[in-house]
Design a protein around this ligand. Structure first.
Ligand code: ADP
Ligand code: GN1
Ligand code: MG
Length: 371
């Protein structure tokens, strides 16, 4: 599709969604790797300007966008009832879908792309790296609390928006296949990274085996708990809203913990090319552990708490595997802005895994301090 054709589709979507006011303009927004996100501006009758988030759902990643939107609508309505009970602000503490003029939660355009819009959560910031430790701590409380809030959500009504999303052994097998195929001849550059993953095959099974033995429960989980999927209130510093609800599915609580650690408790950016800058920050790990356990507020079993460090290492290894797989396949899944970005992303994850292994005892001691 040319740029002009794509812009025409954005215009088409904007016409179909029941925004308030008169449309002014839009621009690309945010740093997500998956969906196409835009901010739109509209003038209200009193002359003020209102913003919305408009997204084209990535249809290659999410094969059933209609089911996905049913999940999001169900979850946000459920959250709204709880927020009202707690006397909170429903416009800022959860995502609010702006429906189409026809009353649907999304608009399917003439070439089959799915568009949806949300209320823009104003006066908040979304961070790509921890700038103030307290933000990370607040995000931990919010992600823990989010899981507790959804503890009585009817999990059987949720669609699995990406099958086997955090099935690490499946991700491992996929990497093995992609290495075999080596479609772009890139395998020779990354033999150390491949060996690193292969040496950890046994580890990839730990959580699923515990689950199969009946020792680790399935919960309703977010599954993409990185720091830039949470909005921090500029005035109070509290993490007020969990966003990016596309991957809410039944999963393991420890993976929600782990995904936050791999992204936020690193001293470097996810795609930092200089690995000497990438280390596990144990102080941030401790802060997150404390906040997450506070947010979960007694809802985790002893085994779930025991497995928090495993969740951290699992999500970091799995994400590294996914980045490496995508690099070998020609960067077809995660959006890149420069060459080798997915390889750099994979390498930071493996560096963090090594760091976790070196600090394995300490990671457990920290969990035990706050349980
Ligand atoms: P992706 O799945 O591609 O990561 P997200 O849903 O996380 O997409 O959105 C991308 C970015 O857009 C977020 O990191 C955040 O900066 C911004 N964003 C998303 N929803 C909102 C919202 N309701 N209000 C303000 N900013 C938002
Ligand atoms: C993607 O959509 P975004 O940017 O929040 C990915 C996550 C990865 C993350 C790595 C649906 O998250 O699983 O952990 O990139 N989301 C999907 O940064 O695959
Ligand atoms: Mg996101």
């Amino acid at each position: 599709m040319t740029r002009e054709e794509y812009c025409a589709k954005i215009d088409e979507a904007i016409d179909q969604i029941a925004f308030e006011g008169t449309f002014i303009d839009y621009e690309r927004y945010g740093n997500g790797h998956i969906n196409d996100t835009f901010v739109t501006h509209h003038r209200l009758e009193d002359g003020s300007v209102i913003r919305y988030i408009l997204q084209r759902v990535n249809h290659d990643t999410f094969k059933q966008p209609e089911q996905l939107m049913e999940n999001v609508a169900g979850i946000t309505e459920f959250m709204k009832r709880k927020i009202v009970q707690n006397k909170g602000d429903v416009n800022r503490e959860t995502m609010n879908i702006i429906s189409t003029w026809e009353g649907k939660t999304f608009y399917k355009d003439s070439i089959g792309s799915y568009w949806r819009a949300y209320v823009f959560i104003e006066d908040t910031t979304c961070f790509d790296m921890v700038e103030k430790p307290d933000d990370f701590y607040q995000s931990a409380i919010a992600f823990g609390h989010f899981q507790k809030l959804l503890a009585d959500y009817p999990a059987e009504t949720l669609y699995e928006t990406i099958p086997d999303f955090h099935n690490t052994p499946v991700r491992f097998e996929k990497l093995k296949n992609v290495v075999q195929e080596d479609v772009l001849g890139r395998v020779k550059e990354v033999t150390d990274e491949i060996t690193f993953v292969m040496e950890r095959e046994e580890f990839t099974h730990i959580l699923l085996e515990l689950h199969m033995e009946g020792k680790l429960p399935l919960k309703v989980t977010h599954n993409d708990t990185k720091l830039n999927n949470i909005m921090i209130d500029n005035a109070t510093g509290a993490a007020i809203c969990v966003i990016d609800l596309d991957t809410i599915m039944p999963g393991f609580s420890v993976n929600d913990f782990g995904d936050s650690i791999r992204f936020g408790a690193s001293t470097g950016a996810e795609d930092e090319p200089d690995l000497s800058k990438v280390n596990l920050d144990l102080a941030l790990y401790e802060l997150y552990t404390k906040g997450f356990l506070e947010g979960c507020n007694g809802s985790l079993t002893a085994t779930e708490i025991d497995m928090l460090p495993v969740g951290a290492k699992m999500m970091t290894l799995e994400c590294g595997i996914r980045f490496l797989t995508d690099y070998l396949q020609g960067d077809i899944y995660f959006r890149i802005h420069r060459e080798k970005q997915n390889l750099d992303r994979a390498r930071t994850q493996f560096k963090l895994v090594s760091d976790m292994e070196k600090n394995w005892e300490t990671m457990h001691e920290i969990v035990n301090k706050y349980r």
